[in-house]
Design a protein around this ligand. Structure first.
Ligand code: CU
Length: 339
């Protein structure tokens, strides 16, 4: 049983705090983690309470959704709500001391329970079913809910994805037929200056270059797509967008359902970690240009590409005639090797 040995529970929490402290965008090996420092929680990090004084038990009233039950009858995987002063919402295995506490509890049940924490132990009791949901339980953190999708080659048509923009408006990518689209994957909390912030800066430069060039086509639209679906809600995206001093008619900050973001990312080789309740999004970078016919025109890999190259690709993709013979797909200048 998970919580049987004394320090495990505290260890889980300490690890979570550590994961937050070592948040990294960089695929390079992470620097050595600092020693666990409960007091070092940042604004976004969970507040890890000081350990209970020796001999005392801290008790928290918690609600959550049961995702899975272990066969020993003593452990449930529960996606629990935030526990103010103790930890943020997260999915974790929680154990009872007495199998009666979990008797009759099923996956999909909403439950309330007490979480009891001492200096060297943690467990739950008084588990009560308070509702049931037919929502499929979220997969365990190590697995992803994805469609089976094929990678896209240059010249392939982009599927019609549903997203939501920074004003909370639903959009579909097919609505932008007739325009060149440039789409890059970001998340607003990304702390590494040469990762998402650089992609946003590059987009801003491309935006300004296209706006400033009187001879440039006008039929283009930029998309910054956040894969941090929990945090990057439309209001958060709007605040982020405003810092770019942009026109919403030419540049959208979008997000959507994780399964759709996984779908589109998977097609271009985007890769990012996801850990519920944390922002440990180690990731790579892809920037996609789509032509007026909704076909992949080029894909820029990584973060070393030149803004001029993106701008020239957007201009060319905007000039692809919407009707008539389909022009042959161009050679990639963004470093994309068609799968
Ligand atoms: Cu990033």
């Amino acid at each position: 049983m998970l919580l049987e040995t004394a320090p495990r529970f505290v260890y889980v929490v300490a690890l979570t705090a550590l994961a937050l402290l070592v948040t990294a965008c960089d695929p390079a090996p992470k620097p050595p983690a600092p020693a666990p420092a409960p007091a070092a929680a940042t604004t976004n990090a969970p507040v890890v309470s000081t350990d209970p004084a020796p001999g005392t038990t801290n008790i928290y009233e918690v609600k959550g959704l049961v995702q899975q039950l272990r066969t020993n009858g003593l452990t449930a995987i529960i996606r629990h709500e935030e526990i103010p002063g103790y930890m943020p919402a997260m999915t974790m295995p929680l154990s009872v001391k007495d199998t009666n506490d979990l008797a009759g509890v099923k996956a999909g049940d909403m439950v309330s329970f007490r979480m009891l924490v001492t200096t060297d132990d943690g467990w739950i009791d008084q588990v009560q079913v308070i509702g049931h949901t037919n929502m499929p339980p979220a997969p365990p953190p190590s697995s992803r809910l994805v469609r089976n999708v094929d990678p896209l080659k240059i010249g392939d048509k982009l599927p019609n994805y549903p997203f939501v923009n920074e004003f909370g408006k639903d959009i579909k990518t097919d609505e932008f037929r007739g325009k060149a689209m440039a789409l890059t994957f970001i998340f607003t909390r990304c702390p590494m200056p040469n990762y998402c912030p650089r992609l946003t800066t590059n987009f801003k430069r491309a935006y300004e270059a296209l706006e400033a060039d009187a001879a440039a086509p006008k039929n283009w639209h930029l998309f910054s797509l956040s894969f941090d679906v929990q945090m990057d809600t439309p209001p958060v995206l709007r605040a982020y967008a405003q810092r770019a001093h942009y026109k919403p008619e030419k540049w959208s900050f979008i997000t959507g359902a994780m399964i759709d973001i996984d779908d589109i990312g998977e097609r271009f080789g985007l890769d990012f970690n996801r850990k519920e309740g944390t922002f440990d999004f180690n990731h790579n970078m892809r920037t996609v240009v789509i032509d007026t016919r909704g076909r992949v025109y080029d894909v820029f890999i990584g973060n070393e590409w030149k803004v001029e190259d993106l701008v020239s690709r957007i201009k060319d993709a905007a000039k692809v005639p919407v009707t008539g013979e389909v022009p042959p797909p161009p050679e990639s200048i963004g470093g994309y090797v068609s799968p």
